[in-house]
Design a protein. Structure first.
Length: 346
């Protein structure tokens, strides 16, 4: 795993953009005695989503305009999804897996709104993990922050190894994440796929909501077009005309990989909302035709203001909506990737 201070500083940039008032360093010491109990992934309760039971990843919008179905029962491909940060403690570095309120929040938000995008063509696996608190991103001068992220990733590794041994059965895999989940997804790809035998099983990777650099992988390349397999896509969404605040200052900023989520390519052309099949509204039941346009601007994606309830109050940083804004477009691309992979790996 490539972690360390430089990697954590890099991932902190995206979080520093979410809210200036969110800067709250963790006031705690990372000690063995304070670490929440480790997971045993043989316990199904330690999975937010499994394809063999009813859970939030099965969610289908109650919308007659764009009828979609949960296709997990017949899916030939798995997705291993890693959810974003939902833990905001200032007094604890890592979340407890016994926190029922937190687990319910994760399921209602990240799993319903994000992981569900894959259920049309993939069996969905989502492990619970002792995620690092959001405020660890504002405590990076403290060595304990690195320990918190590494503890979180140790759960992801353990879950993935359990998944490989007990659930996968040699099936093709999509690796997907958002925000902190993408940080761990990048490390997972490096440890298990990049230049390793399992790379041949990689249908694609969705590394959303965090910067991904051109040199993050030695073999796995960015996708060049919709439906391409064995590659990854990445983007971060902002209202058109906005800039990152505070401004990201990095010598290698131009090395950040950015995809347009309406073409799944790195074209900088303006792509109109006509190409956006539909976004998922905040109620998770309403699909929004032509939800927004998209255009790559430097290392982010500018999108037009979605025509939704309360649109006047939409913030510049659309980080929480990185999946929602293009939900149906992503869903269709996943189906295309699955079909293309299966066709070429008969």
């Amino acid at each position: 795993m490539i972690s360390g201070p430089k990697a954590l500083v890099t991932i902190a940039f995206a979080y520093s953009l979410l809210s200036a008032c969110a800067y709250m360093p963790v006031k705690a010491t990372f000690t063995e005695a304070e670490i929440p109990a480790a997971p045993d992934f043989a316990n199904p309760d330690l999975w937010s989503a499994l394809p063999t039971r009813h859970d939030s990843a099965d969610h289908i919008p109650n919308d007659n305009i764009f009828p979609v179905v949960d296709g997990q029962a017949d899916a030939a491909v798995d997705v291993f999804f890693i959810y974003p940060t939902q833990f905001f403690s200032r007094s604890e570095w890592n979340a407890s897996l016994d926190d029922k309120k937190l687990n319910a929040t994760i399921d209602a938000r990240a799993i319903t709104h994000q992981a569900s995008v894959f259920n049309g063509s993939c069996r969905v696996y989502v492990p619970r993990y002792r995620q690092a608190t959001f405020n660890a991103y504002f405590s990076l001068t403290n060595p304990d922050a690195k320990k918190a992220f590494e503890l979180a990733y140790s759960d992801i590794k353990a879950a993935f190894e359990y998944y490989l041994e007990h659930y996968n059965n040699g099936r093709p895999i999509i690796i997907a994440g958002h925000s902190q989940g993408t940080t761990h997804a990048k490390w997972l790809l490096r440890d298990y796929f990049d230049g390793k035998p399992l790379e041949d099983k990689l249908v694609a990777a969705y590394l959303i909501g965090m910067p991904v650099y051109e040199n993050d992988f030695t073999q796995i390349a960015p996708c060049d077009s919709a439906g391409q397999t064995g590659c990854y896509v990445s983007w971060r969404s902002y209202l058109e005309g906005s800039e990152q605040k505070p401004k990201l200052i990095a010598a290698d900023r131009d090395k950040i990989v950015v995809h347009n989520p309406l073409t799944f390519s790195r074209t900088t052309d303006f792509i109109s909302s006509d190409h956006n099949i539909g976004g998922l509204d905040r109620d998770a039941n309403t699909l929004i035709p032509n939800a927004c346009s998209a255009q790559i601007h430097e290392d982010i994606v500018w999108v037009s203001r979605p025509d939704i309830r309360g649109k006047a109050f939409i913030p510049e940083n659309l980080h929480p909506a990185d999946y929602n804004l293009y939900w149906l477009t992503i869903r269709n691309n996943v189906q295309m990737q699955v079909n293309n992979y299966l066709q070429t790996h008969k």
